[in-house]
Design a protein around this ligand. Structure first.
Ligand SMILES: Nc1ncnc2c1ncn2[C@@H]1O[C@H](COP(=O)(O)OP(=O)(O)O)[C@@H](O)[C@H]1O
Ligand SMILES: [Mg+2]
Length: 614
């Protein structure tokens, strides 16, 4: 029970969140409902009893006009039976209808929210499997809006569709009961049906593309908001708030327009669908009234008949709603399927084994790589992408520390990403201790090889949890030892709550150097066999870096280390320096050897030192 925001607690906090086993059908040519059926049918019993309850509610409702008609004829006009009998019967129908309505609403909404949970979990599980090449391409606002508003519109349809199906059934039953009273009058009632059908078809045709447009415009807005918040430092630095507000306003205006068209369409179609049957009401009153006067129809029968026509209004209203919700859910489902149908580019091979590292001997042999050429959904991407690595060959014996030096854009970070198998190579092979990394499991590879990226990412949890991210059960002592090695212990103790301080989103309340030291501590704790530091000490003061070198070289003794750096102090740490240019190794030796005999090395160092002081 929420008392106020600060003490709000969820009513029930699950200790385990069951993974979702069932998934959508992969055949993209099937209709959207068929594709989602394995997920929905996990609730088949719930759907069944809800529909039964809904039928009970409908029958209870449909009997009312008939009972009222009989009450008028038998109790009021012919006085053959008592009024109380009909009253009690109507009361029972009312109670039955209330109970059954509660039952089916509870059942169907419960089902729809479970489907929502399943879809969202499926989507997230799938996102976890997708590779970097996917995230390089897709805007996070798109993913956020698909996980929110698109899933919600599918959920709404799930809750309503069975009710509508029952409504349709009640429509048929009502027609049957009407025909039992008078076939000609029933035929008159039906005159509007072809018109309703035609308008419904038209509405359906317009609604589908419109719903698609609306959902994608919502995603556009989500993207602008996402970028304005995540990029707020750039926005402010360039005083570009106006620009961001303008792009948001443009998106909001585009969404408003599409929403207006949708509501205009809806407003101009649904009244006809709902009210065309009322035309019949007038004709029925005329014809039925004449029949009552000449005695071929009783007053009670005429009253029930008119009540039925009014009752039929509800199914007609629902037809309009079903068309709108259905088209929206279809558009949304297809947007969700777009992500679920995305095939992960990097996958464990069939029969992949765990890598058991022994020393950390890293080899790149004839590796060729270009971005954006991964195979997407069975077809290779663009072929013309420039090669970032061109038959790149480098052998790093176990335990060695190698510095990779090269100009910006020469492919240094790419080398690190390929060793982590964030992308698959297009030619050649990367291996660790003699195992092709494409033939081992990704989990075991990433346990053996660790990367500290140039832009370290912190989660908005405590410093302790950030350091222990790769080893969640780590004790405070272990975390502190890692932090001491990374020269982070002292500044962490100065934070307001020490290791329990919660860092702001992405750790922006810490300095760049502090963030780098926390991610170094994260690496020290996870204890990998091969370490890759991608410019990971660039924001750390030279004196502190020197102290880190002490612990790093202690750590490096039994490990292979690849340092991507352009600072002399960092390079000096390495046994060997490799100069990368044009996607290949162009010089290889100690720092001193390269300084003495390789003019390109001196040039590159001079250029990157220049960048550094910039
Ligand atoms: N995710 C990516 N998608 C497409 N191209 C990329 C991507 N990352 C890097 N590149 C390109 O690959 C080249 C090498 O980049 P990178 O390995 O980051 O260089 P370095 O780390 O040496 O500065 C650059 O031309 C860069 O534009
Ligand atoms: Mg880089």
């Amino acid at each position: 029970m929420p008392r106020d925001n600060a003490t709000f607690e969820p009513v029930r906090d699950w200790s385990t969140y069951p993974p979702v086993q069932e998934t959508i059908r992969s055949d993209g040519s099937l209709g959207w409902l068929k594709r989602i059926s394995p997920v929905v049918l996990t609730h088949r019993w719930r759907i069944l009893w809800s529909v039964v309850a809904a039928l009970v509610a409908m029958v209870a409702q449909i009997l009312v006009p008939r009972v009222i008609g009989l009450a008028i004829d038998r109790s009021l006009i012919n006085r053959t039976s008592g009024l109380w009998f009909f009253m009690v019967f109507l009361l029972i129908l009312g109670v039955a209808r209330a109970a059954a309505t509660f039952g089916y609403r509870y059942g169907l909404y419960g089902m729809a929210f479970k489907v929502e949970y399943q879809l969202r979990t499926l989507l997230f599980q799938h996102l976890g499997k997708l590779s970097f090449s996917f995230f390089d391409r897709v805007q996070s606002g798109q993913i956020i809006s698909r996980a929110n508003s698109d899933i919600r519109s599918v959920q709404m349809f799930m809750a309503f569709a069975p009710i509508m199906a029952v409504q349709f059934f009640s429509f048929v039953v009502a027609i049957g009961l009407m025909a039992a009273i008078s076939v000609p009058l029933t035929a008159i009632t039906m005159i509007a049906l072809p018109g309703v059908f035609a308008i419904g078809q038209r509405l359906r045709k317009i609604m589908f593309p419109l719903s698609w447009v609306i959902q994608s415009r919502q995603a556009e807005i989500a993207t602008v908001v996402d970028e304005s918040v995540n990029g707020v430092r750039v926005v402010k630095a360039f005083a570009a708030e106006r620009h961001q507000i303008e792009s948001l306003a443009r998106g909001a205006e585009r969404l408003r327009w599409a929403n207006m068209v949708q509501h205009w369409t809806r407003a101009s179609h649904t009244p006809f669908i709902e009210n065309l049957p009322r035309v019949a009401l007038a004709v029925v009153l005329l014809v039925g009234g004449l029949q009552t006067i000449d005695g071929s129809l009783t007053v009670g029968e005429l009253v029930s008949f008119n009540l039925y026509i009014l009752l039929l209004q509800a199914p007609f209203r629902f037809i309009g709603m079903l068309l709108i919700l259905g088209q929206r859910a279809k558009a949304s489902a297809e947007r969700i399927y777009e992500i679920l149908d995305e095939v992960p580019a990097v996958v464990d091979r069939h029969g992949a084994v765990d890598l058991v590292p022994s020393g950390g001997h890293v080899t790149f042999s004839d590796v060729s790589f270009a971005y954006g050429t991964e195979i997407v959904g069975g077809t290779p991407g663009k072929e013309s992408a420039p090669l970032v690595l061109d038959r790149f060959t480098l052998d790093i014996p176990a335990g060695q520390t190698v510095a990779i030096v090269g100009r910006t854009g020469s492919g240094k970070s790419t080398i690190a990403r390929l060793l982590m198998r964030f992308y698959d190579v297009q030619g050649g092979c990367v291996s660790v201790d003699g195992h092709d990394i494409a033939s081992v499991t990704q989990t075991s590879l990433r346990a053996a090889v660790s990367l500290v990226p140039d832009e370290p990412f912190l989660f908005s949890t405590s410093v302790h949890d950030n350091i222990a991210y790769g080893k969640p059960g780590a004790s405070r002592q272990e975390v502190e030892a890692a932090a001491i090695a990374a020269q982070a212990h002292e500044f962490i103790l100065d934070l307001e709550h020490g290791y329990d301080t919660v860092v702001g989103e992405r750790g922006y309340d810490l300095s760049g150097g502090q963030r780098q030291r926390i991610s170094l501590a994260r690496l020290f704790l996870s204890d990998p066999q091969v370490i890759v530091l991608d410019d990971s000490t660039s924001a750390i003061d030279v004196e502190i870096e020197e102290r880190i070198h002490g612990s790093l070289s202690g750590l490096m003794r039994e490990r292979t280390t690849i340092v991507i750096a352009h600072r002399l102090s960092t390079i000096a740490l390495a046994d060997r320096v490799v100069l990368v240019e044009g996607g290949r190794v162009v010089a290889d030796g100690t720092h001193q050897q390269l300084l003495d005999g390789e003019p390109r090395y001196v040039e590159t160092l001079a250029a990157s030192l220049g960048e550094d002081s910039w």
